[in-house]
Design a protein around this ligand. Structure first.
Ligand code: NZQ
Ligand code: ZN
Length: 387
């Protein structure tokens, strides 16, 4: 196990009616805020009205920015920055899924930066002194509610790139599982795949001596496998929604990568290239690409890690590590399929004519991956397997 510092700076307010604590939390930072949300789910569910009531009760001034899209766009980020500047706002509250929280983080960073916020994605600038932000999560998936990462799409260049800073961790996040009751089957399944993928990215690394981290990772996977199918059939099952919601945060708040050099993240980088061009739902892209990545990187030296996952998570007991590894990948693909997720790009009408371009773009800053380094040709091969 390598040395590490771990500080998951976000205060989590978990459970029913935790919104009652919202206004006091906000007032720790400002009494003039921007509320950000998406394309209507929080209006329809009544959550937005509840938020406004809570703020008004304590005399908090707010402006609103609506219409943030899944795969959030740079244009929304710029709009948010302008609103904060024009109205002298001191805090941003994201109400929604990962896309809303991500856009909010980029706004918070952009507020204190004179240049184009896209510079953060191009690695030309790092966030300094961002506006504080908080979130009310409505979809269990990305972990954005408890980490400092954000992924933004630039329509003009067909790029989708990450940025990150500990300074962008939400100051607090309200996790009330009842807010996820209205998430449809497709997004619930996609969110479950995303949580599991975050675990895979940090489980499949060349590090050793991280038994505690790997056991936590396996528990989170088992939780997803137990409750993912339940929420598709019983969307208002509180315990299932609650377990997935906490799994979302724990899977990507830095916990399971402690003591390791870093995560692999190549599957995410590849998926981002696909959704940058085709506006695919993130978890759906991961459901397609991850099993192909696993088949591509599997070799005699790393088969033991796949076999370990298979044994501890799926109960696979093969004598040969290689046979167990193959069975494990098959079990993961079958689980995704059982959630009605596709297994190939053609199933979501993505043609193969731009695969080489996506391979090159995924490696625009150099080879990707830590479990196995991948160059543009390797990424192209994985996408060819996935087509
Ligand atoms: O826009 P609205 O109307 O709110 O509808 C959304 C959207 O259509 C809907 N939804 C959200 N909560 C709902 C709901 N519908 C009914 N009831 C509710 N309670 O779900 C749709 C998808 O929302 P979105 O926020 O896009 O989903 P998700 O949370 O999966 O976020 C995906 C984005 O996060 C990025 C992805 O790349 C993608 O852009 N990621 C961010 C990460 C991070 N910051 O750490 C890591 C992830 O790996 C990921 O890359
Ligand atoms: Zn993800």
């Amino acid at each position: 196990m390598k040395n590490f510092n771990f500080q998951a700076g976000t205060k989590i307010l978990f459970g029913k009616n935790k919104i009652n604590e919202l206004a006091d939390e906000v007032l720790n930072y400002s009494n003039r805020i921007l509320i950000t949300y998406g394309q209507g789910s929080v209006v329809k569910s009544g959550l937005l009205d509840a938020v406004k009531n809570k703020l008004e009760e304590k005399g908090i001034f707010y402006k609103e920015l609506s219409g943030i899209q899944p795969n959030p766009r740079l244009t929304s980020v710029k709009e948010g920055v302008q609103l904060c500047k024009d109205h002298n706002l001191g805090f941003i509250l994201a109400v929604g899924g990962g896309s809303i929280i991500d856009a909010t983080k980029a706004m918070a960073a952009g507020f204190s930066y004179d240049g184009d916020p896209w510079d953060f994605m191009l690695r030309k600038a790092v966030p300094e002194n961002p506006l504080p932000l908080g979130s009310i999560l409505t979809l269990a998936a990305t972990g954005s509610e408890m980490n400092g990462g954000a992924v933004i799409t630039n329509d003009a260049t067909e790029e989708k790139l990450p940025m990150g800073s500990d300074l962008l961790r939400p100051k607090f996040s309200i996790l009330d599982p009842t807010y996820t009751f209205s998430v449809n089957k497709y997004q619930s399944a996609s969110g479950t795949v995303d949580i599991m993928s975050h675990i895979f990215e940090q489980y499949f690394t060349p590090d050793s001596g991280t038994e505690i981290q790997d056991c936590i990772a396996e528990s989170i996977l088992k939780t997803c496998i137990m409750y993912g199918p339940v929420v598709l059939e019983e969307p208002e099952n509180y315990e299932a929604r609650a377990n997935l919601m906490w799994a979302s945060s724990l899977a990507l708040n830095g916990l399971t990568v402690t003591g390791k050099m870093m995560g692999d993240w190549s599957t995410h980088m590849i998926e981002h290239e696909v959704s940058a061009i085709y506006d695919l739902t993130h978890g759906v892209g991961l459901a397609i690409i991850f099993p192909h990545w696993m088949e591509y990187v599997l070799n005699e030296r790393n088969a033991f890690k796949f076999a370990r996952l298979g044994k501890n998570v799926f109960g696979i007991a093969e004598e040969s590590e290689m046979d167990a590894a193959h069975k494990t990948i098959e079990a993961i693909r079958n689980f995704f399929t059982s959630l009605n997720m596709p297994a190939q790009l053609t199933e979501v009408d993505i043609p193969s004519d731009r695969i080489k371009e996506m391979g090159e773009k995924a490696c625009k800053f150099g080879p990707i991956g830590y479990f196995k380094r991948l160059n543009a040709e390797a990424v192209t091969e994985i996408l060819e397997m996935a087509k």
